[in-house]
Ligand binder design. Structure first.
Ligand code: HEC
Length: 101
């Protein structure tokens, strides 16, 4: 049941982001990525410094990315306490756009 609510919220967030509502208070995923993530992942997500996962080829879901970004893994810093949960979600959603078909 919780899972369903979670998915619904995620769906609404994706929708809200793609709508690009003017004056929206959503955190800017791209700005966060450029500030915190390009160091290891590169602007296009494919840099892969220090064994960083190639984000253009990532098969993780948004939820899995949120967990990865929150908790970190290996060389990757946990962003819990650095970014708010909203910011983590925004940047996770942004990395979805880096994916190459
Ligand atoms: C200090 C370098 C570093 C920084 C900064 C960093 N990462 Fe990572 N990231 C890594 C490494 C290393 C891995 C691979 C971890 C592993 O699987 O062992 C990784 C993996 C990931 C993955 C999983 C990719 C996959 O499919 O396996 C995601 C998503 C990710 N990072 C997102 C981010 C985001 C978003 C940020 C900014 C908030 C960020 N990273 C900042 C080093 C970094």
């Amino acid at each position: 049941m919780n899972r369903i609510v979670f998915l619904a919220v995620t769906g609404m967030l994706v929708w809200a982001c793609s709508e690009k509502t003017p004056g929206s208070t959503q955190p800017d995923g791209q700005a966060i990525f450029e500030k915190y993530c390009v160091l290891c992942h590169g602007k296009d997500g494919a840099l892969g410094l220090n064994g960083a996962g190639d984000l253009t080829k990532s098969t993780l879901t948004v939820e899995e990315k949120v967990t990865r970004i929150t908790r970190g893994k290996g060389m990757m810093t946990p962003y819990e306490g650095i970014l708010t949960p909203e910011e983590i979600r925004a940047v996770a959603l942004y990395t979805q756009q880096l994916k190459q078909p």
